[in-house]
Design a protein around this ligand. Structure first.
Ligand code: FNR
Length: 365
């Protein structure tokens, strides 16, 4: 990838303290093995958001996957379907709601929603998601404004790409990437551009348009509005406190994604793994809990589940692999992660993910 694109993927907000903490915080937890517990068969299948899955790891929604590899979202959705796991499509994805569903086949789908000022656009997406069989809708609530991603300024990342002298060489070293961006124009955020109103506004450039049109005045009333409109599972993505999760449960939400947007939004937000236990203690009977952020290893997944999460979600963990190797790359990453989860469960003496609980984990003494 051209350098600015890599740093857009890899980077976080401000000093990237939260970005680093998201992963490092897992080291503060230790796994407590229960020996001689028959690890001959390890079961990872469970139910997430009302759907049967082969393991409780989900593909987090990320914008513009075609920035990282020409095969984009469909490559990831096809890989997810090989692994029987949820696939999340972003509002800002470069693949339509329908094309992502076609690639995902029978794997369950979640559409990540950004609400735009033009509510007709949201209603259009909901109708299309329902028609395409999406199981869940995830409203992202941690993005009233864009985070301060300083690497984007340092390396000159913008969409569509704008040439900065110091970056020209980096783009020129990637002619395939440039050709896709400039000739095939397949970096369009096709769900947004498919509406006529948006297509006109987009002449100002995608980022300007999105920043102008994103609804910043969202409140819990809008969650209730969505609850009325959407019949599938409703997820709130980007909450971290017990108070917000209680509010979500009171608004009829089915699940929360404990997330700080992979350290890309509020700097100094806590690591998601540290938020699980208090939220699970207070609300596990009312909400499903998904831990999103920092997960790079199978033992991270096992720790999150033991602390009380029902599932985990990964962003960069599959994006690096997509960038490096397209669909086979994502499959390779998922194979490794899945093997690590199974190996960790076996070594822990827990032969079924459904039996994970707080007795398997402790905060480092
Ligand atoms: C994201 N994320 C994100 N979230 C969202 O709700 N809508 C979006 O369009 C995007 N786009 C996006 C792009 C890129 C490049 C990244 C890295 C992330 C956040 C994503 O869904 C998830 O919360 C984080 O990626 C989780 O952290 P890890 O797994 O990357 O550490």
């Amino acid at each position: 990838m051209p350098e600015p694109v890599f740093h857009y993927l890899d980077g976080g907000a401000d000093d990237e303290v939260t970005l680093r903490r998201n992963t490092n915080a897992f080291d503060e937890y230790e796994l407590l093995p229960s020996q001689l517990s028959d690890s001959s068969v390890i079961r990872t299948s469970t139910t997430v958001l009302g759907r049967d899955v082969d393991w409780p790891v989900m593909i987090a929604p990320t914008g513009a996957s075609r920035l990282f590899h020409g095969d984009g979202e469909p490559a990831v959705a096809r890989a997810a379907s090989q692994f029987g796991m949820f696939y999340g499509l972003s509002t800002l994805g470069t693949t339509t709601i329908e094309d992502a569903a076609a690639a995902a086949g029978s794997t369950p789908l979640m559409y990540q929603l950004y609400v735009f000022k033009d509510r007709a656009l949201t209603e259009e997406w909901l109708a299309r998601c329902e028609a395409a069989g999406y199981a869940a809708l995830a409203l992202t609530v941690d993005t009233p404004v864009a985070g301060n991603r300083e690497r984007d300024f340092v390396y000159g990342f913008s969409a569509p790409p704008r040439s900065r002298l110091r970056q020209v060489a980096s783009f020129l070293r990637h002619p395939g990437w440039l050709a896709r961006a400039l000739i095939r124009k397949d970096l369009d955020m096709v769900n947004v551009t498919s509406s006529e109103a948006a297509a006109a506004g987009l002449e100002a450039g995608a980022r300007t348009y999105i920043e102008r049109e994103l609804e910043r005045s969202l409140t819990w009333d809008d969650v209730e509005w969505l609850r009325d409109k959407w019949r599938g599972k409703l997820v709130i993505k980007g909450v971290q406190t017990v108070a917000d999760c209680r509010r979500a449960a009171d608004s009829g939400v089915d699940a929360v994604m404990i997330s700080n947007h992979g350290g890309r939004q509020l700097e100094s937000a806590p690591a998601p793994v540290d938020c699980i236990a208090p939220i699970a203690d207070a609300l596990r009977d009312r909400l499903e809990i998904i831990c999103d952020g920092g997960i790079r290893r199978g033992n991270h997944v096992v720790k999150a589940l033991a602390l009380g999460a029902n599932a985990c979600s990964i962003g960069r963990g599959y994006l690096y692999a997509l960038a490096a190797g397209g669909q086979p790359g994502v499959e390779r990453a998922l194979t490794l992660l899945r093997a690590e989860v199974e190996r960790t469960l076996a070594l822990l003496g827990c032969n079924d993910v459904k039996n994970l609980g707080p007795h398997y984990v402790q905060r480092r003494l």
